[in-house]
Ligand binder design. Structure first.
Ligand SMILES: Nc1ncnc2c1ncn2[C@@H]1O[C@H](COP(=O)(O)OP(=O)(O)OP(=O)(O)O)[C@@H](O)[C@H]1O
Ligand SMILES: Cc1ncc(C[n+]2csc(CCO)c2C)c(N)n1
Length: 262
């Protein structure tokens, strides 16, 4: 049985060269308040995209995270590689600023059937070779909280691109898909994530799910909306294992800085 490993090392400062995991990261910034660790995720990523109005957030809010430095110095340091979307939210001064810095702008205003996050993930998929895709993890900030239609649209992107590793991240939690039929090993870093977590069937009921490492493990039980789903669970071990016959969402809380273990 294929074992898929999941880590959250992107919430720690990058390890020194030679000690890094084999994963590479792309970052997608959506149009919501930047999480406090946006600069850290930016540092981890090799490719940084803004979905339409996400560019306004980088322009306006990155400087606010560095109050002791000049705003334009920070804007030059945090230059997106790509801005893509239907371009109904990005301000023209922001677009002009980043075009002058050399950011690639992809205007897909003709497509009103897919979300800006979908457009960004398609770009990353098409930009990445098959070999690199297998080691690529897409970190998405600004995907949770806010408008419920957007949140559900963002979760739908996990399902539409289920062969890619995509993690939706807010200040409070992260969410990713555990595709069906595989053995998942989720490596918990207790200094930065947990203990609250959940396992939620998405799209269809799961007939059988088995877990280890949780306070309330599931031993072959069925889960469906209207019946059992696992919310307010607690990660008890540093490795949580999950196996299910259908796709599940995994979510785990992200610790506030003051609650982090030293
Ligand atoms: N309130 C929100 N909650 C969750 N995600 C959001 C929210 N606002 C924006 N996003 C995400 O950021 C992306 C870019 O946002 P933007 O405001 O540019 O989208 P949009 O296509 O103009 O949205 P709409 O026209 O529906 O307001 C969206 O596609 C969505 O993925
Ligand atoms: C059935 C259906 N519902 C909603 C939309 C609208 N829509 C979905 S994604 C998108 C782009 C947002 O940037 C828009 C406008 C549609 N096309 N089809």
């Amino acid at each position: 049985m294929e074992v898929v490993h999941h880590h959250s090392a992107f919430l720690l400062p990058p390890a020194p060269a030679g000690h890094r995991t084999s994963l590479s990261y792309a970052l997608v910034v959506l149009n919501q308040r930047l999480p406090r660790f946006a600069p850290l995720l930016w540092q981890h990523a090799n490719l940084r995209l803004c979905a339409d109005g996400g560019a306004n957030r980088v322009f306006d809010e990155m400087p606010a995270l560095f109050p002791d430095e000049e705003a334009d110095v920070i804007r030059n340091r945090y230059k997106p590689d790509v801005i893509k979307g239907d371009m109904d939210s990005i301000r023209s001064e922001v677009m002009d600023f980043y075009i002058k810095l050399g950011t690639k702008v992809v205007d897909e205003s003709h497509d009103q059937d897919t979300t800006d996050l979908h457009k960004c993930v398609s770009f990353i998929r098409d930009f990445t070779s098959d070999l690199d895709k297998s080691r690529l993890c897409i970190l998405v900030v600004g995907a949770l909280g806010g408008r419920f239609d957007h949140e559900i649209g963002n979760i739908n992107v996990l399902c539409r691109f289920k062969n890619m590793r995509i993690i939706l991240i807010s200040d409070d939690c992260l969410i990713h898909l555990l595709p069906e039929g595989k053995s998942h090993e989720i490596h918990i870093l207790p200094s930065v994530v947990g203990p609250h977590c959940g396992l939620i069937p998405i799209g269809m009921p799961s007939k059988s799910t088995t877990t280890t490492g949780l306070q309330w493990n599931i031993n072959g039980a069925e889960m469906h909306f209207g019946g059992l789903i696992s919310t307010s669970n607690i990660a008890k071990e540093d490795i949580v294992t999950v196996h299910s016959d259908s796709d599940l969402l995994w979510t785990i809380s992200i610790k506030k800085p003051q609650d982090r273990l030293q």
